[in-house]
Design a protein around this ligand. Structure first.
Ligand SMILES: O=C(O)C(=O)[C@H](O)CO
Ligand SMILES: [Mg+2]
Length: 266
């Protein structure tokens, strides 16, 4: 059966961050993901994971100055040392949290970027990802890149699934995979079933949300039951992150997830 993970940056925000772990476990989640652990001591998070029998399935590398609008460092020319430092920090947390996957956000292109600027970002991205994927491989972890739609994140460097596949191939390190977020894919290009098949060998993690509002995946233009069945049929046994903003309360909105063993209090 498809294994759902709770994204604690979006679900259970009725609670303080460290209290979201117990809330997720209480309704049956066995895995959690979120954007960043860095505002907390790793051992405090580890204590919550262990206390509630949860696995940490994913978090992101430090993204640069998030509050100032930065959305990752991986493609930013001139920020290579900062990127390498961010890999080291993330790997330390990953070890403490026993987390097998790390997502390196690509970062933004400047508004007036021409081809030459794009090529510089591309070159930095490839070098940085090679460095980070090798570091992750040595630590027994997988590095992920995720295409994100330009409506939610204007200027994001990595937007299409094909671009992600090409980059994974160009980097050429087995520990680099794609974080396939069906919400972003639908907004950027649609054709989800086909993209899932084309992407399948490179998929390292999956995320879902209703389109277009990024609420529960039970309404809107995407047929998730069918897509998740197809994913399972392809052989996917990894996690599917529930990365959506509940319409009216996290637990109240979990009816759709009962088909996957999540819902009523356990
Ligand atoms: O926004 C998303 O879809 C993500 O998965 C990221 O990790 C975040 O920025
Ligand atoms: Mg996502």
């Amino acid at each position: 059966m498809i294994k759902l993970a709770a994204n604690l940056s979006m679900l259970f925000t009725e609670h303080e961050f460290l209290d979201r772990f117990s809330a997720a476990a209480e309704v049956g989640f066995k895995g959690v993901e979120y954007l960043f652990p860095y505002a907390f001591e790793a051992q405090d998070i580890r204590q919550r994971l262990d206390a509630h029998g949860l696995k940490q399935v994913l978090f992101n590398l430090p993204p640069g100055d998030w509050d100032a609008g930065e959305r990752g460092l991986a493609s930013l020319p001139g920020r290579e040392q900062e990127f390498r430092d961010s890999v080291e920090v993330a790997l330390r947390y990953a070890e403490a949290l026993d987390c097998p996957r790390l997502h390196a956000m690509a970062g933004l292109l400047p508004e007036d970027a021409d081809d030459a600027v794009y090529r510089r970002h591309h070159a930095s991205y490839i070098d940085n990802l090679r460095y980070a994927a090798e570091a992750c491989a040595s630590a027994g972890r997988t590095l992920l890149i995720e295409p994100i739609n330009g409506r939610d994140m204007p200027g994001f460097f990595l937007q299409t699934q094909q671009q992600a596949r090409d980059i994974v191939r160009e980097v050429g390190v087995d520990s680099l995979k794609v974080q396939f977020d069906l919400y972003h894919c639908q907004i950027v290009q649609g054709d989800l079933m086909h993209e899932m098949e084309a992407q399948y060998p490179q998929i390292g993690h999956v995320q879902i949300a209703g389109v277009p509002e990024r609420h529960e995946p039970d309404r809107g233009e995407v047929n998730y039951p069918q897509l998740l069945e197809h994913l399972e049929g392809l052989g996917y046994r990894g996690w599917v992150g529930c990365e959506y903003r509940p319409r009216a309360g996290t637990v109240a909105g979990l009816g759709w997830a009962s088909a996957y063993g999540i819902g009523g209090r356990t």
